[in-house]
Design a protein around this ligand. Structure first.
Ligand SMILES: Nc1ncnc2c1ncn2[C@@H]1O[C@H](COP(=O)(O)OP(=O)(O)OP(=O)(O)O)[C@@H](O)[C@H]1O
Length: 253
């Protein structure tokens, strides 16, 4: 399968700490690739390298066949190389449905005419799609609420809806399930599966092993800044090396 994202020999040091050492990772079109590892393994550092917040001491980030090392965070965000929950910062003073409407409009700008983007026209133009998104993401009853009034689970659903609507070429989901109850996490996983599997490639950073093994096509295990292994969920689950280094310590595995 061809790749959309490729990290080649990435190294990052903070003074004497080697946060990443010679990391290689490839995200294929249409696949979900999970990045797991114990605390301090380097997962956050790697996402910061992708988003351009951190410049690596060595190595190259390729996106869609192009070396993007020289691009700013802003330029990378336009390509989709940013933490999902940073792109989709919610507008706090407008209702849930208006946030979704804005995402729909942003997706279509500048293809849609100014007339269609005017509020009254936009509401009519997007009525069907808006209703479908609210239903699919379980937000129908919250449509009129302000984001600040939503539960943590509903907020995450809204953020995910907005990220998906924007038609991204790639999604970096950085701990999407953090802070969610088991039932909320399960619902969000079902939603991610339904909406995205086989469509948008996803790099998933997640501590919830049930979700990782449920969703991922491929898993990279990072330990102490190095890739311990990359393989299918089955291969990772059965690896004695991974068990010894990481998974045996996880209560939820
Ligand atoms: N800005 C920084 N300055 C110094 N050291 C840092 C900095 N950021 C990260 N580190 C160190 O780099 C290593 C990797 O950290 P990182 O946060 O990337 O791990 P992580 O896998 O995301 O951990 P967690 O699962 O706890 O979020 C750790 O040893 C950490 O202490």
């Amino acid at each position: 399968m061809s790749h959309i994202l490729k990290l080649e020999d990435i190294s990052v040091s903070f003074g004497g700490i080697h946060a990443l050492q010679g990391v290689n990772l490839q995200l294929d079109h249409g696949s979900i690739h999970a990045l797991i590892g114990p605390n301090g393994a380097g997962k956050t550092t790697l996402v910061s390298v992708l988003s351009g917040e951190l410049r690596p001491n060595g190595g190259v980030v390729h996106f869609d066949g192009r070396n993007v090392n020289g691009l700013s965070t802003h330029e990378r965000a336009r390509l989709g190389l940013t933490r999902t929950y940073q792109i989709t910062a919610l507008f706090q003073h407008i209702a849930v449905w208006e946030n979704i409407l804005l995402s729909l409009k942003a997706r279509d700008t500048p293809k849609v005419s100014v007339m269609q983007l005017l509020r009254a026209h936009a509401e009519r133009h997007y009525a069907g799609e808006l209703a479908e998104v609210l239903k699919d993401f379980g937000l129908e009853e919250k449509a009129g609420a302000l984001p600040s009034a939503l539960s943590h689970g509903d907020r995450r659903r809204l953020e995910l809806a907005m990220a998906i609507i924007s038609n991204p070429s790639i999604l970096l989901l950085d701990e999407p399930l953090a802070g969610l109850s088991t039932s909320d996490a399960a619902e969000l996983v079902a939603l991610i599966r339904k909406r995205l599997k086989g469509d948008v490639p996803i790099l998933l950073i997640e501590h919830d092993m049930d979700a990782v093994f449920d969703l991922a096509d491929e898993i990279t295990v990072l330990v102490d800044g190095r890739v311990l292994m990359t393989g299918t969920p089955e291969e990772v689950r059965n690896s004695a090396e991974v068990q010894a280094a990481y998974l045996s310590e996880e209560d939820d595995f």
